[in-house]
Design a protein around this ligand. Structure first.
Ligand code: F6R
Length: 603
């Protein structure tokens, strides 16, 4: 959700800013821009669309300067146009921003004489700061004063005319990090942006603002007091952001799943028992589990509901964060709340966590970014160890979220006396076999590529699943929508006849995700109902399932056999590859699909 970079150097900064923006492009790609100070004067370049448009512009209109800020935008207020692109300039101040200034209209009204160029909330920040400078405040004082008037969520970086050794950075609600180099200093939305520049990072905390100069950084807390924030080394993984020979990050991340899932599983189990390091929460003392997340992470929670209920006998609610946070749901002091987020910064999930923290017995999070706000604000933050995920459509993070959740459900089952030692050992062994089975599923890529040629022609696609495969149907449909722009819906197989079957005709592919389990025959009946209406059924099942029910279907995909309760981890692979290859057939932008961004730090 917008990426920010700032650099103070002894060299020209435009190329450094551009390189860093490339690493931040996954956060938004509606427009990009940079600003510098050269001989005391502010100047900027901005371009609509992907970053290469800005690079092209800089060839014809280079920008000199040894201090600068840059931005890659995911549009919220105002369309993706040059005038709405950051950095935003007002007099002697230029600003880049990630987040939303909620009171920007009110602030604008308080500055009647000023003329605004853009439709954005951000431009108000630059103007407000400029008005304080006009009243005689120094750049530092004006920026600090401006922050007091802003409501909403923001990460901000300010640059000033006449100041070639100062960037003011501020954070409230959106993450921001300061990087320490040798004689150089940096500001960035995340460690990925800064990783090749430095391995020493200081994360700003909520409400902090910082005066960054080449000599170092002075950080103040929300009250304006000097604050001491720890500087730490960034994990090596943050630096690994290449495609490793794949055409897209998404493909790389899909094919990394056997490796990253193995790492995740080794963290959560030793021998044939689940053993979660430094985890003190006992599920025996809880009477309800409340799981909250957004998007794909929410579907991971929906899968896990089946696990917590069946393996641990633990009543479970699953909620979408944007609904949970405002619904005022009663949360008992015996409930455990669990939040799942790849980025750990999703605004709605963080707000839901803060709501639950006041009420629940304990708050657990499952995150990919260990330093994230969601991790920091939980009683226990569990890692998924998926490594950096760049593709906007989540793949390996989803599978590793499932890996972590499955282990937690098994642990809960043991703690609540619901699982025998033998069943625990069986489940842990099955989990361990999954990376190998995922490898076998990845080998089905060519078959999937061929069949998706027909899917790419469809206007609408349905995914069906039953039990823990129902949320997988939702996830399959989400992946397809996101990157191929084909309308897709996931349904519980048994629900189809209650309405959505009206959509079925010979032009609608219906992808049935159905390992041979206890309810397989019921799913097959639902599939027959589709076939009776000329629907094109693609049955994704194991050899037994295909043998029993594959006759007369349009297509089949023979998956490896796995304990059905853990099948979602395996069936994620065909769901991802179907979306990926359909998108390739359609020629859409797989890693940066339209209208989306990776880290959603606005409501
Ligand atoms: C879909 C996708 C999104 C995210 C959602 C939550 O492929 O990636 O639906 O799952 O925006 O993001 P996190 O997990 O970072 O909270």
């Amino acid at each position: 959700m917008c990426g920010i970079i700032g650099v103070l150097s002894d060299h020209e900064v435009a190329p450094i800013l551009l390189e860093a923006l490339k690493r931040l492009e996954y956060r938004g790609y509606d427009s990009a821009g940079i600003a510098t100070v050269q001989n005391g004067a502010l100047d900027r370049r901005r371009a609509v669309g992907k970053l290469h448009n800005l690079s092209d512009l800089l060839v014809y209109e280079p920008l000199a300067g040894r201090i600068g800020i840059g931005h890659t935008r995911w549009a919220t207020h105002g369309g993706p146009t040059v005038k709405n692109a950051h950095p935003h300039l007002a007099g002697r101040v230029v600003v880049v921003h990630n987040g939303i200034i909620e009171n920007f209209r009110e602030l604008k009204e308080r500055m009647p004489g000023r003329s605004f160029e853009s439709d954005t909330d951000t431009e108000t920040v630059a103007h407000l700061c400029e008005t304080f400078m006009e009243k005689g405040l120094s750049p530092r004082e004006a920026a600090a004063e401006t922050l007091k008037h802003l409501e909403g969520a923001f990460a901000l970086a300010f640059l000033f005319e006449g100041e070639e050794d100062l960037i003011v950075a501020a954070r409230k609600g959106s993450p921001l990090a300061i990087g320490h180099g040798d004689g150089e200093m940096y500001v960035g939305s995340d460690a990925i942006a800064l990783s090749p520049l430095t391995d020493r990072i200081t994360y700003l905390e909520e409400g902090d603002y910082a005066f960054v100069t080449r000599a170092g950084v002075e950080i103040h807390d929300v009250e304006g007091r000097l604050a001491n924030r720890e500087t730490r080394a960034i994990a090596a993984q943050a630096a690994q952001v290449d495609k490793a020979g794949h055409k897209h990050f998404m493909a790389k991340e899909i094919f990394e799943q056997p490796t990253v899932l193995s790492e995740c599983l080794s963290y959560y189990a030793s021998g044939d028992r689940v053993d979660v390091p430094d985890f003190q929460i006992d599920f025996a003392g809880t009477d309800r589990l409340i799981m909250v997340a957004c998007g794909t992470a929410h579907y991971a929670c929906q899968v896990a509901k089946y696990w917590f209920e069946q393996l641990a006998g633990l009543p479970c609610d699953v909620d979408i964060a944007s609904e949970f946070r405002y619904r005022e749901p009663p949360v008992s002091d015996r409930a455990t709340a669990l939040f799942v987020s790849q980025s750990g910064e999703t605004a709605d999930t963080l707000a839901a966590l803060r709501y639950a923290r006041e009420k629940a017995r304990s708050v657990i999070s499952i995150v990919n970014v260990a330093e994230s706000s969601i991790a920091r604000e939980s009683d226990a933050a569990l890692p998924i160890l998926a490594g950096v995920e760049i593709g906007v459509a989540s793949t390996k993070a989803f599978v590793n979220q499932l890996g972590a959740l499955a282990n937690l459900a098994i642990l809960a089952g043991r703690q609540r006396g619901h699982l025998t030692e033998a069943r625990e050992a069986e489940l842990v062994t099955t989990l361990r076999s999954l990376p190998g089975l995922i490898n076998q599923a990845l080998a089905l890529e060519e078959r999937i590529r061929t069949v998706t040629g027909r899917i790419a022609e469809a206007q609408s696609v349905l995914f069906l699943g039953r039990g823990p495969m129902f949320p997988m149907a939702l996830e399959g449909a989400l992946k397809l929508k996101e990157i191929s722009y084909i309308h897709a819906e996931g349904y519980a197989s048994g629900e189809l006849k209650h309405g959505p079957i009206a959509l079925v005709d010979k032009s609608v592919p219906v992808i049935v995700l159905a390992p041979r389990d206890a309810l397989f025959d019921k799913t097959v009946s639902n599939m027959q109902e589709v076939m009776a209406r000329d629907g094109l059924v693609w049955l994704v099942s194991d050899a037994e399932g295909i043998e029993a029910a594959g006759h007369g279907v349009w297509e089949t995909l023979v998956m490896p056999k796995v304990d059905p309760i853990l099948a979602p981890l395996l069936y994620a692979v065909p769901a991802q590859l179907i979306a990926y290859h359909t998108a390739l057939h359609k020629g859409t932008d797989v890693d940066q699909p339209r209208n989306l961004a990776k880290s959603v730090t606005v409501e």
